[in-house]
Design a protein around this ligand. Structure first.
Ligand SMILES: [Zn+2]
Length: 344
């Protein structure tokens, strides 16, 4: 079990970056991975703070999270041999920093600039061109520095997507339990409870989060980090990723780049909760309250694409037993599910 040792969430916490680096024993050198935008937003600040404390810093800018990006960063790590890698950004930059540092056996510190999904704190990374359209194990961040002041400046859509990614744990945990009961798969009650608690907290706090204030973002960040930790405890993405994530990954394959990860997961959660006999109406209501997509139209896809994605989702990860594999519906069956839940 790999867990973060330092987690700080709050206004202005980025100022602690160098102090935390030193506290963890990284007093000599660091590599900062960021995007060109996130470098301006937070990467430069991290770099300057480290330099102020006489830590040698190199930066590497990435714009995508492909296997080539990972290999390029690995090459830089091999040349410079930094003590630690900082990943500064939203999804892609953190994924690249996490994956390349894990492959080179160097610790990683996560500095998220958005709250759009739980990858900011999880031990998994999602890399394009790896042959897997879903996340694979890399390593848990040794520290997470989440500055709510920075995160609040990101477009609000990111936070909504993050909320939906947390709400998705409702169906993910149910799928995990199903795999335990029917396929004798390992099930960790503690990890499952942690993921579920995060989902419930975000549902209960939907009004507060909708106010778009710091308090709501704080709740969301803690929920996302708890989800990341639940995956570290489970040793897999099981507590946080079930059939609703399979739908999200499939829809991204069917119609790339038209929606955010969490947004697709939210819509998937509505339909999977229905299939699981859970309270799908509450999921739908909460997403609506948050302003998150609840239908194909709001995701920018058509009804055929939704049905196609559901078909594909059932076959995407044969080793991951979920409600989709259990029910093994036909395309007509999926269409009925999507219609009944108002997704199409
Ligand atoms: Zn997710």
């Amino acid at each position: 079990m790999q867990l973060p040792r330092e987690v700080i969430v709050g206004n202005g916490t980025i100022q602690e970056a160098a102090k935390i680096s030193q506290k963890l024993g990284f007093t000599k050198s660091a590599l900062v991975i960021a995007g060109s935008k996130t470098y301006d937003i937070a990467g430069r600040a991290v770099k300057e703070l480290l330099i102020d404390r006489r830590i040698e810093v190199d930066t590497f800018l990435v714009e995508t999270a492909t296997i080539k990006d990972v290999e390029a960063v690995e090459e830089r790590i091999r040349t410079l041999k930094p003590q630690v890698v900082f990943g500064v950004g939203g999804g892609t930059k953190i994924d690249v920093a996490k994956c390349s540092s894990a492959r080179q056996d160097i610790p990683f510190i996560s500095v998220p600039t958005t709250a759009s999904h739980d990858g900011i704190a999880s031990p998994l990374s999602s890399i394009q061109g790896s042959g897997k359209p879903y996340s694979v194990m890399a390593q848990a961040p040794l520290a997470i520095i989440a500055d709510t002041n920075i995160i609040m400046q990101a477009p609000w859509r990111f936070a909504i997507s993050g909320c939906a990614d947390v709400i998705a744990k409702l169906t993910a945990v149910k799928d995990w339990k199903l795999a335990h009961e029917e396929k004798n798969e390992y099930y960790g009650a503690y990890a499952a409870s942690l993921a579920l608690m995060s989902a419930r907290l975000v549902i209960e706090s939907a009004d507060l989060i909708s106010e778009r204030g710091e308090e709501g973002i704080h709740v969301l960040m803690e929920a996302l980090i708890s989800c990341g930790v639940s995956m570290s405890i489970a040793g897999s993405s099981r507590p946080c990723s079930g059939s609703e994530h399979l739908f999200s990954h499939s829809l991204e394959t069917v119609r790339p780049n038209c929606s955010m990860h969490g947004e697709r997961c939210g819509v998937g959660t509505i339909m999977m909760a229905y299939l699981q006999g859970a309270n799908w109406k509450q999921v739908k209501r909460t997403l609506e309250k948050l302003g998150a997509p609840g239908s194909a139209h709001e995701l920018g896809v058509d009804k055929h694409e939704v049905v196609k994605a559901l078909d594909l989702a059932a076959t995407l990860r044969p080793e991951r037993y979920t409600i989709l594999r259990k029910l093994n519906l036909s395309s007509e069956g999926y269409e009925t599910v999507a219609k009944t839940t108002g997704v199409i």
